[in-house]
Design a protein around this ligand. Structure first.
Ligand code: AMP
Ligand code: MG
Length: 356
């Protein structure tokens, strides 16, 4: 449970993630309609929801999370009919993507309609919209009868929550309700795709990959700031400029051939342990037996990177719990879901990536 003052009562309810109980969803929806804050599971990470048409309710999200005011929120809908009133127009690409990937882990950026408050968009002319697939998220939006504004349900800057326990850790006493629907699926936030610029551009990589999108929108591209930092690279997604997903420990990410990574991590771990540091090693199933020092945890399987995405944030929180001083993490290939994994690792480590 979170340290410090507990200012309000937070009700935690358990629901069936596949077949959510109607009366429990109704209770949560009443809170949303009433301008309150409800955390709920989605297939990406847990979201912190408020009535997206109520500027005052949505602004409470920023306070609870400690989120910078200039970082806009994503609106969540449960059917295509709900999209129209929120946007100025629906580009052809959006129709095709919605048809193929909604409900699912991709958010699209549209020109906003006059219904949308500045609190949601942080003053931008555009609005981010997603239709989640998780039965609890979908049922909650339907029962509320409004789009639900929902960023990840963590304290701003910390690893995103993939279990209700993570939400309790960060937000207990700061929000009205937490719906516990077990662990989330993808484990990383949605892909954010901008359809308002010249070329469809991925602003944040996520569950729907570049390779998934290419066959249906061949000119889709990746925003440069996903890969690089630098003075000349101005992020288009306001959220990209913040240090994110960060564990309390220092973190170093090693990229290259797996054998070289193992060698480099072993060498660094030895050096750190000799200097009295508590070291955590974020290994993979294939490598976890090859380390001699430190607390070794496997984040998943290199041959099935979706397992790494699923576990990443949970393992970062585990290392925090164990109070390690330094996390030495294995990087993965920059391909498929690996792009999203490396993007989160880059942010979590503050760009501390070593090519071996
Ligand atoms: P989260 O807070 O984890 O849900 O992240 C939401 C992401 O969507 C952040 O990176 C935001 O900056 C991005 N986002 C939301 N609305 C917009 C928008 N209108 N234009 C560009 N990025 C947006
Ligand atoms: Mg977030």
């Amino acid at each position: 449970m979170r340290e410090g003052v507990i200012d309000m009562e937070t009700k935690v309810i358990k629901v069936n993630p596949i077949n959510p109980e109607e009366e429990l969803i109704k209770e949560a929806a009443e809170l949303i309609k009433d301008g309150k804050l409800v955390a709920f599971p989605t297939e990406t990470v847990y979201g912190l929801g408020a009535n997206g048409l109520d500027g005052e309710a949505s602004s409470r999200i920023f306070t609870a999370k400690g989120r910078p005011q200039d970082n806009p929120l994503i609106l969540h809908i449960s059917s295509l009919e709900e999209l129209k009133p929120l946007v100025k127009s629906i580009p052809k690409e959006a129709e095709i993507i919605a048809e193929r990937f909604w409900p699912g882990p991709i958010t699209m950026i549209f020109e906003r309609s006059s219904l949308i408050s500045d609190v949601i968009t942080a003053g931008l002319d555009t609005v981010a919209i997603r239709m989640p697939k998780h039965p609890v998220a979908s049922a909650l939006i339907k029962a509320s009868g409004v789009p639900i504004a929902a960023p990840s349900a963590n304290t701003s800057g910390r690893p995103s929550p993939t279990q209700a326990e993570h939400v309790i850790e960060d937000l207990y006493g700061k929000i009205d309700m937490i719906i516990d629907g077990g662990a989330t699926g993808v484990g990383l936030e949605s892909t954010v795709l901008d359809l308002t610029s010249d070329r469809p551009t991925i602003l944040r990589p996520g569950g729907v990959t570049l390779e998934d999108l290419r066959p249906i929108i061949p000119d889709v591209t990746l925003d440069l700031s996903i890969i690089k930092d630098g003075e000349n690279i101005i992020p288009k997604s306001p959220g990209q400029k913040y240090r994110h997903y960060a564990p309390k420990a220092d973190m170093i990410v090693y990229c290259g051939d797996v054998e070289d990574i193992v060698k480099a991590i072993n060498k660094k771990a030895k050096e750190l342990v000799e200097n009295g540091k508590k070291v955590g090693i974020m290994a993979t199933d294939e490598t976890k037996d090859k380390y001699q020092e430190g607390m070794v945890i496997s984040v998943g399987n290199r041959r099935d990177k979706r397992t790494i995405a699923h576990n990443l944030f949970n393992i970062l929180r585990k290392f925090d719990e164990k109070k390690v001083n330094v996390i030495l993490a294995e990087g993965v290939e920059f391909q498929g879901i690996g792009i999203a994994i490396m993007n989160r690792m880059k942010k979590a480590s503050g760009g501390n990536i070593i090519d071996v």
